[in-house]
Design a protein around this ligand. Sequence first.
Ligand code: UT7
Length: 325
Amino acid sequence: MIPFSRITGTGSYLPPRRVTNEDLAKDLAARGIETSDEWIVARTGIHARHFADADVTSSDLAFAAAKQAIEAAGRSASDIDLIVVATSTPDMVFPSSACILQNKLGIAGCPAFDVQAVCSGFVYALTVADAMIRTGMAKCALVVGAEVFSRILDFTDRTTCVLFGDGAGAVVLEASDEPGILASDLHADGKHVGILCVPGHVSGGNVIGSPLLHMDGQAVFKLAVRVLEEAARATLQKAGKSDTDIDWLIPHQANIRIMEGTAKKLKLPLEKLIVTVNEHGNTSAASIPLALDVAVRSGKIRPGDLVMLEGVGGGFAWGAVLLNM
Ligand code: UT7
């Protein structure tokens, strides 16, 4: 058994079109829907998000983020022997966005597959890659979260369309003798499918049911606050660490109120909370690796720091990963 897997490089990519709350409010007003910068900032902490152009897919965003992560790790694409992409907005029904990404990277042969755990997709994908590395099935994995949520937003529903954005984040995860990923804790509870879903499906050449995102925001909010604390505590316990050991907390970037509430429950000063929701909105599976890369590149997160990653969302699925950078 390889003792550890460790992140050796991070990368991210945001499509260039930045849409502020004011831009969005103007667009929605033209459709007779009222919202405001004040409401969005006060309820969510979001000031802007990025939207991909119509011809740009999740694997395009993933490719840009992956190239950065591979370069940061001092590797080349040919070193990658496993690709795991977390996405709920794949390029096609099949094959996986991971296979499409593999081809864009100009490599072939290594296993490549998608993980579908919505906003907790990245912690699921990282945990799967960690397990495959520690059991000797891979040595140098590319783990990506990539989304074009703008494609599944209902722009007549102000309670959801102001919340989400597009983007991708990636890490290279390598076999290591030094501690990297220390512990993970994953959960799901399928009885909550209905509170956050895109219920539509393809059948006989037609889309059956709504292909747009539906969310009971308050129900999701309440569950998220509870499970994020539980997952963090369980992960700390598995790793033999305590909340005071955490250098940085990167929760799923959905709502600043949920994120600050989680930090407070873990008795962490807000300076230890990595926040990108203000500029990215909620990018689902991409939000955690995007925030991680921003924090690494800004010099906040440094080698050796203890970082808690936490995802929560549709499924209901949630989880946490504790790691040394
Ligand atoms: O990514 C997966 C995880 N997702 C999440 O974590 C999301 C969790 N939920 C949330 O973040 C919050 O519940 C929301 C941001 C979605 C909503 O915030 P809230 O404080 O729960 O607001 P609310 O749903 O209670 O709505 C308050 C009011 C309502 O009006 P009334 O009924 O009080 O008259 C809404 O109709 O705000 C109204 N409202 C809006 N007003 C202006 C809802 N959306 C908007 C809007 N602009 N965009």
